[in-house]
Design a protein around this ligand. Structure first.
Ligand code: HEM
Length: 150
């Protein structure tokens, strides 16, 4: 049988099972049954909210930390817990506190998934979902400071 389509990348289909990235089966179950998400739970991002657009915003010089103090802050668990809404969301990844508010609309997994780690330490959830994502680079300009739980 011939097939002049050169593979799954040119068709709007998920890759064959054996080629999917690690982590598929570990996606924490929270996604609705019938949804408009992609095969790995991706959402359709608004125009102007692609990963490239995020890279541009990161490099724009805009303050994405959401705090005016120029240096890194020491953040307690009490303080962290205050930042759990869509308009004011912080999370901890690997001991670092990030303001994830500006990233909301850019998250390929959607805002609701991202909000699950808001106001708390998101390290475990993040690693379970997509350990291959380089958050340190992606969120470098969103660094609020360091987590000092006690
Ligand atoms: C600040 C934290 C986070 C960052 C920077 C981030 C970043 C990303 C990136 C770059 C992707 C695309 C991955 C790819 O194409 O391989 C993605 C996808 C996704 N994320 Fe996140 N994410 C974060 C937190 C979370 C959390 C807490 C959850 C769920 C509890 C989550 C759920 C998802 C899902 C379901 C996808 C789509 C599936 C996929 O692309 O593999 N993310 N995220």
């Amino acid at each position: 049988m011939t097939n002049d389509n050169d593979g799954w990348r040119t068709k709007m289909e998920p890759p064959p099972r054996g080629l999917r990235p690690v982590g598929n089966s570990t996606l924490p179950q929270r996604l609705g049954a019938a949804s408009s998400r992609g095969p790995r739970g991706q959402v359709a991002l608004k125009p102007g909210r692609s990963p490239l657009d995020w890279a541009r915003l990161r490099n724009s010089g805009e303050n994405l930390r959401g705090v005016s103090f120029p240096g890194p802050l020491r953040v307690s668990s009490e303080e962290l817990a205050k930042h759990k809404s869509k308009d004011d969301a912080w999370t901890v990844l690997g001991g670092k506190v990030y303001n994830i508010t500006p990233y909301m609309e850019y998250h390929p997994g959607g805002e609701s998934e991202l909000l699950r780690c808001a106001g708390r330490d998101g390290t475990k959830l993040f690693q379970l979902t997509h350990a291959w994502v380089n958050y340190e680079v992606m969120l470098d300009k969103c660094l609020v400071g360091f987590y000092v739980p006690h």
